[in-house]
Structures are given as structure tokens and as C-alpha cells.
Ligand binder design. Structure first.
Ligand code: DDH
Length: 287
């Protein structure tokens, strides 16, 4: 028999790659949802888990996964994210040693990579916290507002103008749902592929206010099928933001590089890591 002492399980990089592979496999298998992928909603889960960070108090952020609990799970901004949390439950069951907070951020990194985005170097070290660590409502952005609100919210996390614009470029992915946010529709024609299309369309299309009974949103004059939120339009109204929109619209490589850096930073806000060593996961299409 094996007489070696059995300490607590210490996962290696290979173990985290197995978790990545399982999420990637599930993304490839479960295509009967929205535009054919759970990837966008996984990205949104990772963002809303992380974007509650407050640099002054050091509260919030991805460490804790407190969106498992009410009241945070019921905050208006988190409507619909149960879909993403439930999608990851079988992965948690298969790898019970990983924390929810590591799993949700790894899921976001995996979705970006599997949908054709840049690699998102990721490191483990988050610990789940209990309901007492839930953040107050109002820390995530409100789509009906303007550039001042965007700067208030994202500077509280510690981001500058360039980083704010790069992050919001994630709206290349997914769509709005009337039964979640009240808004409706996708931002571009390939909502399951990570591209700089959000910026290209924002810079080049003519956007007009949508005529409907729902909240104020904008639609492209050419087809009338795409959408922009008031906060998206603020990125071309504000000079400080607009120069980055135009740069990313023209230079996909710059967007991919700068998005990767800032998404890595977002996922790590407030986490007391024990290692500086990040894992660059292999995507499912690399051999
Ligand atoms: Fe967003 N986002 N987001 N967003 N977001 C929505 C969907 C998605 C705002 C509002 C909305 C980021 C920034 C902002 C994604 C990623 C990111 C929806 C629609 C609203 C509303 C929700 C629904 O109805 O299902 C606002 C406001 C901001 C802002 O910063 C001012 C950022 C920074 C990210 C990121 O990932 C880094 C993704 C992906 C989606 C699509 C989700 C889906 O289900 O599809």
C-alpha cells in the first residue's frame, strides 16, 4: 500500500488547465442558448464578480464570490447571471477543490480565449467568503447614465480612461435581454466572436435613438438591428474616451493587447495572491 502522508490537495498548473478544458468542452457542447454560446454571459459573471471592488476600503472584487448570496445575487445589475453560475456548477462538482471565486474568474478567462479573444493570463488564490462580505448595491455601472458616471464607477476600481474604454470593448460579445436589463439586442453581427467590432461600429455607424416603449437605447441607421447603450454612446461623446475608441476601431492588435492587460487587472482587484506566476491556458483549438 501507499504509506505516503496525505496532506491537503495542492493543485498544479496542469490541474487548472483541466478545469479550463472542462469549461471549454462545456461551452462547445451547450450551444442551444442565445446566439449559440454561454461564453458572453460567463464573461459578464467574471466582470460583475470583480467590478464591485472599491480601492479605498479594499472591499468587493472577485475574492469571495459573494454573488452566490442574496442580497448581492438580487442586485438589479446581476439579473440573469444565475444562468452563468448554474452553467459552472457541473465544473465545480467535477473539481470540488477549486473555489467559486477562482472558478468564476477562470470561466471568464476561458470564455474570452475560446471566443477568439486574446489570451488572459490567470492566477489562482481567491477564497470564498460568506454572506457578510456581500457588497452594497450600486457599485456596478448603470447603462442609462453618462461619461461622469463611467469615470466615477471605474476610477473607484482604480482604472484610467484608456482602461475604461478597453474594458467596455467586451460589448463585442453577447446581447441585452429585455427580461434582464430591459435593453434589447446585440452590439454587432458576431456576438459570439471576440473582435474590435464594437469600436468599429461605434466610430463608423450612424446611431439613432430607438423608437420603442423600453429604456432609451440607440440603433444603427443602416440595419436597425444592432444596439448601443447610453453609456456606450458616451464613449464617443467624450473627447478623452473617443480617441481610444477611434484607435481601437483601427487597430485590432492594440485592442486585444490592452484588453488582455486590463481584464487581467480587473479579475485580480483586491485579491491577496501568494504567487506572481500566472498561467497561460492552452485554448481548445491549439494541439
Ligand atoms: Fe456590460 N452590459 N456593461 N460590460 N456586458 C450588458 C451585457 C454585457 C454595462 C451594461 C450592460 C462592461 C461594461 C458595462 C458584458 C461585459 C462587460 C448588459 C445587458 C448591460 C445593460 C445585460 C442583459 O440584459 O443581459 C454598462 C453600463 C457598462 C459600463 O461600463 C458603463 C464591461 C467592463 C464588461 C467586461 O466584461 C469587461 C458582456 C459580455 C455582456 C453580454 C452578456 C450576455 O448575456 O450576453
Amino acid at each position: 500500500g501507499d504509506s505516503s502522508p496525505k496532506g491537503p490537495f495542492v493543485p498544479t498548473k496542469a490541474d487548472y488547465q483541466k478545469v479550463y478544458d472542462a469549461v471549454a468542452r462545456r461551452l462547445a457542447d451547450e450551444t442551444d442558448y442565445d446566439d449559440g454560446s454561454y461564453g458572453p454571459v460567463l464573461v459578464r459573471l467574471a466582470w460583475h464578480a470583480s467590478g464591485t471592488y472599491d480601492k479605498e476600503t479594499g472591499t468587493g472584487g472577485s475574492n469571495g464570490a459573494t454573488m452566490r448570496f442574496a442580497p448581492e445575487s438580487d442586485h438589479g445589475a446581476n439579473a440573469g447571471l444565475k444562468t452563468a453560475r448554474d452553467f459552472l456548477e457541473p465544473i465545480k462538482a467535477q473539481f470540488p477543490w477549486i473555489t467559486y471565486s477562482d472558478l468564476w474568474t477562470l470561466g471568464g478567462a476561458c470564455a474570452i480565449q475560446e471566443l477568439g479573444g486574446p489570451s488572459i493570463p490567470w492566477r489562482p488564490g481567491r477564497e470564498d467568503r460568506d454572506v457578510a462580505a456581500c457588497t452594497p448595491d450600486g457599485r456596478l455601472p448603470d447603462a442609462a447614465k453618462d461619461q461622469r458616471h463611467i469615470r466615477d464607477i471605474f476610477s473607484r476600481m482604480g482604472f484610467d480612461d484608456r482602461e475604461m474604454v478597453a474594458l467596455i470593448g467586451a460589448h463585442a460579445l453577447g446581447r441585452c435581454h429585455t427580461d434582464r436589463s430591459g435593453f434589447d439586442g446585440p452590439w454587432n453581427f458576431s456576438p459570439t466572436v471576440f473582435t474590435n467590432e464594437f469600436f468599429r461600429l461605434l466610430a463608423e455607424e450612424k446611431w439613432v435613438q430607438k423608437k420603442w416603449n423600453g429604456p432609451t437605447q440607440f440603433t444603427d441607421k443602416t440595419t436597425g438591428t444592432l444596439m448601443m447603450l447610453p453609456t456606450d454612446m458616451a464613449l464617443v461623446k467624450d473627447k478623452g474616451f473617443k480617441k481610444h475608441v477611434e484607435r481601437y476601431a483601427k487597430d485590432s492588435d492594440a485592442f486585444f493587447k490592452e484588453f488582455s492587460d486590463v481584464f487581467v487587472k480587473l479579475l485580480e482587484l483586491g485579491v491577496p495572491f501568494k504567487t506572481d506566476d500566472r498561467i497561460v491556458f492552452k485554448t481548445s483549438d491549439s494541439e
